[in-house]
Design a binder for this molecule. Sequence first.
Ligand code: GDP
Length: 579
Amino acid sequence: ELPGFLTVRDFATLAGLPVNRVLAELMKNGIFASINQKIDFDTAAIVGSDLGLEIKPSQEGETDGDQPQDQKIQEIIKRQAGGTLLMRPPVIVVMGHVDHGKTKLLDAIRNTDVVAGEAGGITQHIGAYQVTRKEKLLTFIDTPGHEAFTAMRSRGAKIADVAILVVAADDGVMPQTIEAFRIIEAAKLPFIVAINKIDKPGINLDKIKQELSSQLNIVPEDWGGKTPCIPISAKDGTGIEDLLDILLLTAEMETENIQANPDAKDAAGTIIDSRVDKGEGPVATVLVQNGTLRIGDQMVFGGTIYGKVRALKNYRGENLSEAGPSTPVKIIGLKLAPAVGEILETGKGEKIKLKNIKAATEKPESAAAAAVEDTTAKKINIIIKADVLGSAEAIEESLEKIGNQDIKAKIINKGLGNINEGDIIRAEAAKAQIVGFNVKPTTQAEDLAREKNVQVATYRIIYDLINDVKQQMQALIEPEIKRTELGKLRILAVFRDLGKEQIIGGKVTSGILEENCFFEVERDGQLIGAGKLLELQAGKQIVKMVDINQECGLKYQGEPVKEGDILFAYKEEKIIKKL
Ligand code: GDP
């Protein structure tokens, strides 16, 4: 029995298996986790069943703080329940390998809605949009690249009802196809496959279906399986309407899960996009999941009031007075920008544990703390590019762990796919270096990197990558200088002046003198300068050390000295702190 989230180590312990075995199994599933990384129940269940275990969710009540937010949103919705549940538009997410056509498909779908195009003029990118098909509304999350979706997933916010897995017909099943599918599987999302780019010459649909079934166990409907696989071209529009019809059908089969109560007392939803706009201040897009969000509503995030809704705008830039379930809306009136994946609730009362936020400029505490920290530690800025998100996340997590209070790795950005010119430009602007895992720089990117002097390194083994960065960080750590007092010497005679050096004689009056030591020079009770020992002689022999009460000869360099001066001897050691 497993909780909603647990570390790989805890999972191994509970399963009675060596950690390595669990890590290997995770890796087979495209998840490059570290021992202390948390995995969610669904991931654990999939890996567990591969390991021959029977896994059930544990019945113990979890503490509020540990609860993944998707349980929270379900709970909020449950808490608000009662009332009548009505159908809401299905929320659809598009996933797949980079360049397989996710953005193009989202554009093609948007363009099927002629009315939207005409009425709105310019459509706005707010992170999601809606289209009407056969008088039914469909909501599409249009933050392609499953980055945003994964950010939400890692916060446990479940937002999508149906997924489209895009596979390019000319490229087939690729690493991110596999990863996207694992995410879909773990989230138990109903999904359909869109085989894209069928306008290209020499396409073999059977070959793609073969890959889907052999590599992912996705058996197409027309092969007797249960997954619709629709050939499309996002470029010329072929198959897009079929795809929408199949989406509607898929959603119809899920009606029980695609319901909400628009009349709930309070509204709740998940933030799917968030930024600070120069003119408008903090703006965010919320996907309303229950209830109805209205102008004037108080917005609460995790017990803190972030302001009142001043205006709501849809993806066409039109003002709305309210937004019901499955409607994505841009909210204006926030005093702070919430994070993607955070859950918005409206209303007052028991939910609000913390104070009201006063000023628009006030930073959340954690950000303020981070700002303080920033000034003390040196940073090495890094952009991560990897073939799949699981490795990018694992690398990010490992790199963040190797720093200490003196030096830190700061991940400027992480992305998927080969290193391109955009990455180089971003790296140059952020004074960052790029590390690639299982990816290559394009030829243009290589040239640009040389021109802009941006450091790019690629790896096939995560350990090597981490180690390289660690060594760079180690080299940047300033050694700590440790000073040890040795003893005192009274100068009895200056035998010779050799330009910058002097040959002197003296007597150790306390402690010792040692080779390579440094001096402070005191004359008549005043510090007048510094010097160092070049050579030490006792009884005409070169020695390493002279003890108290012994007389000795010194080859000395530094502030010129005279008979009667006192030299205070000390040594310095450089101590390199290991990361
Ligand atoms: P994403 O990385 O998955 O969002 O992929 P994009 O939508 O940016 O598409 C990657 C490239 O493939 C772009 O150059 C598109 O113009 C092209 N592309 C996308 N869909 C099609 C298609 O149906 N046919 C053809 N020939 N090219 C396409």
